[in-house]
Ligand binder design. Structure first.
Ligand SMILES: Nc1ncnc2c1ncn2[C@@H]1O[C@H](COP(=O)(O)OP(=O)(O)OP(=O)(O)O)[C@@H](O)[C@H]1O
Ligand SMILES: [Mg+2]
Length: 271
């Protein structure tokens, strides 16, 4: 069975660009003709909001998908964008119900495995699945790690951001050991401001410390991202020539190139 490559964004630090990465990378992959499913796994529902879907008005959300066995998974999917080249963005949205089921998941046996099981239903329909995580080390992070081939860790280019990365990496390692899952990770430097010394120095630091485990492309600071979230569309669709869109298109190129060269750490899915 051909399976999609599954990414999750993760960083327990808030506001580092997890949601921006999910939406802008997803839309960048779609303009190359790929079919992309975005999964909002954050009760704050920023990704859902950013795609102009109202969390309060949802009939079904990712919470129904995860928790209910009688639920038809397709009911949770919103077809958001269909491009002429065959690329698309679909969304499994979130709302506050996800916070309600979080407690239930964390005490139920195998709670962290449920998302992966449910996502298998969509494997035939997509080339890439991108899960957007909340800023927490919780059962939702466990769900995202177990379901993913690779974790993208957005880090802001400053030294305060460096501190949390090792904690996140050791958490991911513990999850993998406990649940016998395996995924790779890569850091993605975000909000890089080449005019500041601290940005330049922290870039050096990250590149030295996480040698082979970072994207070569970096994401520069671009005020257009805030405009995009106000307009509630991916920046790539609003202005494909903006600095921010071009940066994420470069990340998409890296990902696509990895596949073409066969150097991607894709793990064989056991099912
Ligand atoms: N490269 C960038 N340049 C400028 N602003 C950015 C950039 N990336 C993201 N932003 C802005 O920074 C804010 C935080 O980004 P985002 O919501 O993606 O972070 P997050 O890690 O998902 O946050 P949370 O932890 O709350 O989920 C948003 O207002 C977003 O528009
Ligand atoms: Mg977010």
């Amino acid at each position: 069975m051909k399976t999609p490559y599954v990414f999750a964004t993760a960083n327990q630090k808030g506001g580092v660009g997890k949601t921006t990465t999910a939406i802008t990378l997803g839309s960048s992959l779609s303009i190359f003709g790929y079919r992309v499913l975005l999964v909002d796994l954050d009760p704050q529902a920023s990704l859902t909001n950013h795609l102009a879907v109202e969390p309060e008005k949802l009939e079904y959300s990712v919470a129904n998908l995860i928790i209910s066995d009688s639920f038809s998974p397709n009911e949770a999917v919103i077809n958001k964008y269909r491009l002429k080249n065959g690329g698309c963005i679909d969304l499994i949205p979130s709302n506050i119900n996800l916070a309600r089921i979080e407690a239930e998941l964390s005490v139920s046996k195998g709670g962290g495995l449920k998302l992966k099981e449910k996502l298998k239903f969509f494997y035939d329909n997509y080339d890439y699945i991108i899960i957007d995580s909340s800023p927490a080390l919780s059962v939702l992070l466990i769900s995202a790690v177990v379901a993913s081939d690779e974790i993208i860790i957005p880090v802001m280019s400053d030294f305060l951001s460096a501190r949390g990365v090792d904690l996140l990496l050791s958490t991911i390692e513990k999850i993998e050991k406990a649940l016998d899952s395996r995924c790779t990770y890569r850091l993605l430097i975000t909000m890089f401001d080449r005019r500041t010394n601290s940005s330049l120095k922290s870039l050096d630091y990250f590149k030295n410390k996480y040698k082979d485990t970072h994207f070569n492309s970096i994401i520069n600071i671009d005020t257009r991202f805030r405009d995009a979230s106000m307009i509630r569309k991916p920046l790539t669709y609003i202005d494909v020539h903006s600095r921010g869109a071009l940066d994420y298109i470069n990340v998409a190129r890296e990902i696509i190139g990895d596949f073409n060269n066969g150097v991607n750490g894709r793990r064989a899915k056991d099912e």
